[in-house]
Design a protein around this ligand. Structure first.
Ligand code: DGL
Length: 277
């Protein structure tokens, strides 16, 4: 029996993990944040793929057989290659899931005008993943994207509640709203952004709905496990979580305690595992 792996470039994936653990408290989890190399969102395709694959292999090395990329940038830039190119050679029975497809599937449930805004990292926006995936489920929806490259650094540096955040939140929202006056739904297409929800709401017109992914992804994971009993049976049920970070464990603990609303004790790790895969 094995823990479920949850991966993000840093703290953002905790907004998804928090909901996963609420929905599925019985399982064991390993959360890995690659904080020392965050943000990923402004990096090139090859680098994001390399870092994500390294992290997935590390979680496999820790025994995980199911890994959730709780990171849109990694889901956009690395998931498909890992699923199609790497997994068959590593172990065809292991699984890596992402966060973009489940979120895109729900977009049609929220909008009435058919104009949906997506806020995401530069990498996710440039990948076009949200536009393609939403078109797959709801071809009638018009998607307007806005990259917000300053938002992840604000969160990673614990500045998301400070006055500097107001400037950058307003700046990117103005740029999004300038693309269409009919946007009634805004998807937070980066797992770090829910920390800015208060400020995002403040600078959006009343009536525009702000959608975070946590609950959506948690629902879909629950659904996935119920449809894949062969995987579910392999997931260890002890209600324990191990937190790992490539950055400072002390910094991780203080930030993660805010996300998880309870004390967190993480361990610093280096990702290179000689001899594994
Ligand atoms: N949480 C990641 C995402 O959902 C943030 C990426 C970053 O490190 O820039 O895209």
């Amino acid at each position: 029996m094995y823990p479920i792996g949850i991966f993000d470039s840093g703290y953002g994936g905790l907004t998804v993990f928090r909901e996963i653990r609420k929905h599925l408290p019985e399982y064991d989890y390993i959360y890995l944040g690659d904080n020392c190399r965050a943000p990923y969102g402004t990096r090139d395709f090859d680098t994001i793929y390399e870092y994500t694959l390294e992290s997935v292999k590390y979680l496999f090395g820790m025994g995980c057989r199911l890994v959730v990329l709780a990171c849109n940038t990694a889901s956009a830039k690395a998931l498909r290659s890992i699923q199609q190119k790497d997994l068959p050679g590593i172990d065809p029975d292991r699984r890596v899931l992402g966060v973009i497809r489940p979120t895109a599937e729900m977009a049609g449930d929220f909008t009435r005008t058919g104009h949906v805004g997506v806020l995401a990292t530069t990498g996710t926006v440039n990948s076009g993943s949200y536009v393609l995936e939403i078109a797959d489920f709801s071809p009638e929806i018009k998607v307007f994207q806005q990259a917000c490259p300053m938002w992840v650094p604000l969160v990673e540096n614990n500045e998301h509640e400070g006055p500097g955040a107001d400037y950058f939140v307003k700046k990117y929202l103005d740029q999004l709203l300038a693309q269409s006056g009919d946007i009634d739904t805004v998807l937070l297409g980066c797992t770090h952004y829910p920390l800015l929800t208060g400020k995002i709401r403040q600078y959006l017109p009343a009536g525009v709905e702000v959608i975070s992914q946590g609950e959506i992804v948690a629902d879909k994971l629950e659904d996935y496990l119920s449809r894949h009993p062969e995987m579910e049976r392999q997931c260890r049920k002890g209600g324990q979580t191990i937190y790992l970070t490539t950055g400072s464990a002390a910094d991780f603990d203080s930030m993660a305690a805010i996300f998880m609303a309870q004390p967190v004790h993480s361990r610093h790790v280096k990702l290179q595992l000689p001899g594994v895969y």
